[in-house]
Design a protein around this ligand. Structure first.
Ligand SMILES: C[S@@+](CC[C@H](N)C(=O)[O-])C[C@H]1O[C@@H](n2cnc3c(N)ncnc32)[C@H](O)[C@@H]1O
Length: 246
């Protein structure tokens, strides 16, 4: 919410988001259980209406993973055409595992299915990590060069790798420091020449070579806003340290 509040209406061309589905507590299923389930339980809380309202304010179009869990999305339109399925190629016999995941989308396009085995999703650093290939396919189908993409729940950051490879700009954030740090390592491992703009507190955005020199009114405004935030934070830390020593 903090990140989105900094952007004007319709700033992003496309939001590709994967918020918590809020299912772990109910079903004890979902995600990869080799990860820390206590940590997973802490963040697996469905976003409220105000999150979706803000998301629809800052972005022109949206692809929202776990759309089947967010009933309010289906009431936004008279018809919901362009939903997206990821067929995970799970055998039918594995009763406890979903064979697919679905994304709700605002796009007035035919429904599509992406076939990609969940077992190819190797070297995971996050319990609900989606494959880079899935994001690459989404960008190929629904985004174009010059688009600004938003992801409010980065998790492992696989979307960042896909965006970078596609030459598309991404702004994203992640609330968990440990996931964030792991995702940064992973991204740097995949993309040695990547440039991050880490000046936004609690979030990161990535600048790509073709957009580096762009001087945008809003960007300048954000730089100023962040400069002021940093000054405020430094002053606050100084004040707290002085008081602690007194
Ligand atoms: C379903 S996972 C996203 C997985 C990601 N798509 C991937 O492929 O790795 C949801 C993520 O949202 C993060 N999260 C939960 N609440 C959040 C919030 N209010 N703001 C930002 N991130 C949040 C969680 O820490 C978790 O990493």
């Amino acid at each position: 919410m903090d990140l989105m509040s900094r952007y004007p209406d319709n700033y992003f061309d496309l939001a590709i988001v994967d918020p918590p589905y809020g299912i772990l507590n109910k079903t004890k299923r979902g995600g990869d259980h080799k990860f820390n389930m206590k940590e997973y339980l802490q963040w697996d809380k469905k976003p409220e209406d105000e999150y979706f309202n803000e998301l629809f304010r800052v972005s022109k179009n949206q692809i929202i993973w776990g759309g089947n869990y967010f009933g309010q999305l289906w009431l936004r339109s008279e018809y919901n055409k362009g939903y997206i399925i990821w067929d995970k190629n799970q055998p039918e016999s594995l009763n406890n595992f979903s064979m697919a995941e679905m994304a709700w989308s605002s796009l007035d396009k035919p429904s599509k299915i992406f076939h990609y085995s969940v077992r190819k999703n190797r070297n995971k650093i996050h319990p609900t990590q989606k494959p880079i290939e899935l994001y690459e396919w989404l960008l190929k189908m629904y985004a174009k060069q010059g688009d600004k993409i938003l992801d409010t729940h980065l998790g492992s950051g696989t979307i960042a790798v896909a965006c970078y490879k596609a030459g598309i700009s991404l702004t994203g954030c992640e609330i968990s420091e440990s996931y964030f740090n792991k995702s940064m390592e992973k991204i740097k491992e995949n993309l040695s020449n990547i440039e991050f703009d880490l000046s936004i507190p609690n979030a990161y955005s990535i600048t790509f070579p073709n957009q580096e020199n762009e001087t945008h009114e809003l960007y300048e405004h954000l730089i100023e806003q962040n400069r002021q935030l940093r000054i405020f934070e430094e002053a606050q830390t100084e004040y707290e340290t002085e008081n602690a020593n007194a």
